[in-house]
Design a binder for this molecule. Sequence first.
Ligand code: SAH
Ligand code: SF4
Ligand code: F3S
Length: 482
Amino acid sequence: MADPMAHNELPQKKKLYIETVGCQMNMLDSELVVAKLRNEGYELTLDIGQADTILYNTCSVRQHAEDKIYSALGRIKTIKQQKPEVSIGVLGCMAQKDQGQILKRAPHVDIVVGPGQLGRVSELLAKAKEDRAPQMAVSLARTGGSRDHVTESFAEYDPLREPAMRPTPHQAFVRIMMGCDKFCTYCIVPSVRGPEQSRPPDGIVEEARQLAEQGVKEITLLGQTVNSYKFKTPDGRTTRLSDLLERLHDIPGLVRIKFITSFPNDMTDDLLQAVRDLPKMSRYLHVPAQSGCDEILKRMKRLYTVALYDDMMARIHETIPGVAVSSDFIVGFCGETEKSFEKSIRLVERSRFKNSFIFKYSPRTGTKADDLYADDIPEGVKKRRNNDLLAVQNAICAEDNRPFVGRTVEILVEGPSKTAQRHASEGFGPIQMTGRTSCDRIVVYEGNARQAGELLPVTITEATPMTLFGEVMTTALVGIGA
Ligand code: SAH
Ligand code: SF4
Ligand code: F3S
């Protein structure tokens, strides 16, 4: 008898390869793009050589991020020459910023899709094939804060999402705001991501609930200035971030909630009290300072002074015991003298950040700083300042991690450490696992993969500037945390 399955074979799935650069917003966007394409018959591959569709979700924040993508596009030119049926897409912030220039520089690209149009990726891939012509979908140009920028993409969330694209199966990002209205003079983000919009709280809570039902233990709320979150309901009531946190805190299954990135001016007391009083809140805040010098902050149009930042740090530490704060700095911004740079060093010294992300100023076409000021700090000086500030920060990391030795802390286990993943095929013995404390410190310990997603007490035995090493407590001691 003929095999009934023989005529009933499933159509071959299209293989999708995707690379993501940039911030957590982009990681979330990639998850949503992949979720949508999966529903339309694509499957993920990690092997670019096997892919039918190659997507880059891009970042414009610094020149280096763009260079990386243009060189990747250069490398895959041969793939397109050998297999013209392969589709290539440039998505995200660089697509919005460079638009048609991408097709000029890399004519083998099939689709260019800005962050506000990502819901249309599959439609555009199909149209590019059908018309045998590249397709571009970007939002309208943004003119100094007007609301004509389309940012409708993914306003409606796909509850299925895509677990394979999450940081780990137990961690997920949830966008609570889109865009940015701050227009810091150095920054391209407002012009590629559109105006600031807060998402309705009911949708956020519903999404978080669904994620928790799928086994997610930790959500990270995302926004460029996440603590500016404000949603006005038609009855005139305003939901602040602190109100939203209270609602999210009630969701069964979630054990940890974080939010990034905060803006110093909007670090209100109600928010700090919510972080203190809600036990699921991570005692961790990311509040970029950018510079420790008032004249530079003014040129950057950061809207606060160093005194305000210092006052905010004092309020944070007074309100939330055991809190950790991290920061971002730009070194070598236009007009930054040695004196102004030293003020950034002093700010790092007195703020004792858990960590700082330090960037060399990179002029961005279309920003105010690029129009108004000369990029007058030589690359070598930027590099030295970057190293110097990093050295100060690293010394603080080492000093502040050391007292953890001997203490028992509660960690949320994320999964096997990178080295353990590499050696996973070697056997079933205990492996190196990683997790984070409530104040976002990374802890590595010997355990097993089944512990992923659990809260575990770990006694710290060793500390390096970036990592704490520990041992799991016996079950008799479960429940003791720090
Ligand atoms: N919304 C966040 C940051 C978004 S961009 C905030 O306001 O804090 C992430 C970081 O990149 C910024 O904090 C800043 O330190 C850095 N950055 C942004 N534009 C830059 C530029 N043109 N050159 C160098 N670093 C930049
Ligand atoms: Fe950029 Fe400033 Fe907005 Fe942050 S707040 S995204 S640095 S413009
Ligand atoms: Fe980059 Fe866009 Fe994020 S420019 S930092 S990916 S919002």
